[in-house]
Design a protein around this ligand. Structure first.
Ligand SMILES: Nc1ncnc2c1ncn2[C@@H]1O[C@H](COP(=O)(O)OP(=O)(O)OP(=O)(O)O)[C@@H](O)[C@H]1O
Ligand SMILES: [Mg+2]
Length: 258
């Protein structure tokens, strides 16, 4: 479904250039839930930006359903790391954006939007403006907005990062339920290794900048997964140890510079 073929991205700044991502090779199957983890600044968001067609690689190509991504990829929904809610629209007005583009009538838009606003726990906040919400609430509006648009592929960049642990577990469970029902393809970036294992069919570990894929680990935990209890199973700890061994090397070098 999505094929990264030796994808690299360079940024130029004040006469200097550096590679944010280097030689990314990755094949993602239709209906797969892949999670991505790696140190801050290693190019994870950059890779999603390229997949959404917002940036072009400086080397290699990305193919989506066999077609090279060269402009905005309208088949994906992108929940960016920093929310991009429209400040002049209310919560429901923001969630309705994608439905307007699809040409739905007012009644149907309201019905669909309300369903997803309720799902993310924001019933009662429909008429609030983004600046009246907390960081975690804004993230949830972005999630509702993407789900209401109903794209076949979801690109999610640390979607649950600003949420408390309890709400995070609830929304993880919701997302897995939606994924199972709708058979979407999901690329999910997170800083939380437990979250990466709980959700993913595979976990891709990125090295520090310039980001390359260091390891891709299958997660053979049965589904449906219980987002709270799955972490206490033996298989979970086995996968956790393997991934943490790969990941910690990147962080040790990042922090103490060896
Ligand atoms: N538009 C841009 N112009 C210049 N440099 C950029 C741009 N976007 C990203 N970068 C740089 O590319 C590198 C990778 O950034 P990116 O946002 O992809 O990292 P990340 O892995 O998503 O990090 P984090 O986990 O902190 O979100 C960083 O050094 C960043 O400063
Ligand atoms: Mg990022």
């Amino acid at each position: 479904m999505i094929h990264f073929n030796n994808v690299s991205k360079r940024f130029d700044r004040e006469g200097k250039s550096f590679w944010a991502a280097k030689n990314i090779n990755l094949d993602i199957q239709e209906g797969e839930f892949i999670t991505v983890i790696g140190p801050s600044g290693c190019g994870k968001s950059t890779v999603l930006n390229m997949c959404a067609g917002l940036m072009k690689p400086n080397g290699g190509e990305i193919y989506y359903r066999g077609k090279q991504v060269e402009k905005i990829n309208t088949r994906v929904g992108y929940m960016t790391q920093k929310d991009n809610l429209l400040p002049w629209r209310t919560v429901i007005g923001n969630v309705e954006v994608g439905l307007e583009i699809k040409g739905l009538g007012a009644k149907e838009r309201e019905k669909e939007s309300s369903k997803f606003i309720e799902m993310v726990g924001l019933k009662g906040f429909e008429k609030h403006y983004p600046q009246e919400l907390s960081g975690g609430m804004r993230k949830r509006v972005s999630l509702a907005k993407m789900l209401a648009y109903d794209p076949e592929t979801l690109l999610m960049d640390e979607p649950f990062g600003a949420l408390d642990a309890q709400l995070r577990l609830i929304l993880q469970a919701k997302l897995m339920e939606i994924w199972k029902e709708t058979k979407k393809t999901i690329i999910f970036v997170t800083h939380d290794l437990e979250e990466a294992i709980t959700l993913g069919d595979r976990v891709a570990v990125f090295s520090k900048r310039p980001g390359t894929i260091k390891l891709i680990q299958d997660v053979n935990l049965p589904r449906p997964r219980d987002t709270f209890n799955i972490r206490f199973t033996d298989e979970f700890s086995k996968v956790h140890t393997t991934l943490w061994d790969a990941l910690k090397e990147e962080f040790i070098e990042e922090v103490i510079g060896v």
